[in-house]
Design a protein. Structure first.
Length: 269
């Protein structure tokens, strides 16, 4: 044999009865996948259409050659023009009506796509081997689905999560600010001791500082999420990891820079 395969990649289309549309996805696996007799952990990602612009081919290839990282399969789910409606929180659409199809998207993931992947591919049926991730609004979606279906997942990674998503407009001097929907999702969820959380923010994710405390909203909102998780019973750094990138922005380049560290956290031996 005078050649080597770095990885295996395939694109497919799955028809979702819940979403009433075809969903495009990309699967990437290590070269050993073809001949392996065992099942692999899975990294499931929202906004899979950003695969190329996030340089994930290079990142995954490097991860597959790293002996300190357990082999895993990547599946990226591509969003379409319905993204603003399908991503969000199942508890409620936001106060502008966005995220109205989030319950349908969650149903697609849990009742349709997970069984499909486990049936058709060598993917683990152990919930602790399933990692779900997303960026911005896709991160909010992943967080919501994992919290509401902790029997299906072991870890969740959120890059610059849209945790500002709320059921009413922000009211100045509202210190509690419980209108942020993710806080109620966490509060209403069942504590799952096996779950682990990874959050990334950039110091230049945005410039907005609605409460005037000198901390940008993206970081403030993420810290509030972490605080709410701690009230639920999760511990840092055992089950909660927070990474802040100096100079990091709300863009694919920053998330790409953070992705190798996230993979090491998710699948490191």
């Amino acid at each position: 044999m005078n050649f080597e395969i770095d990885y295996i990649s395939a694109k497919g289309v799955f028809f979702s009865a819940s979403l009433h549309r075809k969903v495009t996805f990309r699967l990437v696996a290590p070269s050993m996948y073809t001949h392996a007799s065992h099942r692999f952990p899975l990294l499931l990602m929202n906004d899979g259409q950003d695969y190329t612009n996030m340089n994930l081919e290079k990142i995954l290839t490097a991860a597959y050659s790293d002996k300190k990282i357990s082999p895993f399969v990547y599946v990226g789910i591509e969003a379409n023009e319905n993204r603003i409606q399908e991503y969000g929180t199942s508890i409620s659409a936001d106060f502008k009506g966005r995220g109205s199809k989030a319950p349908d998207y969650a149903k697609f993931i849990v009742e349709e796509f997970i069984p499909f992947l486990q049936k058709e591919y060598k993917i683990s049926t152990n919930k602790e081997d399933w990692v779900y991730t997303g960026m911005s609004l896709g991160g909010l979606s992943a967080m919501d689905i994992v919290l509401n279906h902790s029997n299906k997942f072991g870890k969740v990674g959120v890059f610059s999560g849209s945790f500002w998503w709320r059921n009413k407009a922000y009211i100045k001097n509202d210190k509690a600010d419980r209108s942020r929907l993710i806080l109620e999702v966490i509060k209403n969820s069942t504590f799952a001791p096996h779950l682990k959380f990874w959050f990334q923010c950039g110091s230049e994710d945005e410039k907005a500082d609605r409460n005037g405390n000198g901390i940008i909203d993206a970081i403030d909102d993420t810290q509030e999420v972490i605080k709410e998780l701690k009230l639920k019973g999760y511990k840092a750094p055992k089950t909660i990891t927070y990474v802040e990138i100096s100079g990091g922005k709300h863009d694919l380049h920053t998330w790409s820079l953070a992705f190798p560290k996230f993979i090491r956290w998710a699948f490191g031996k």
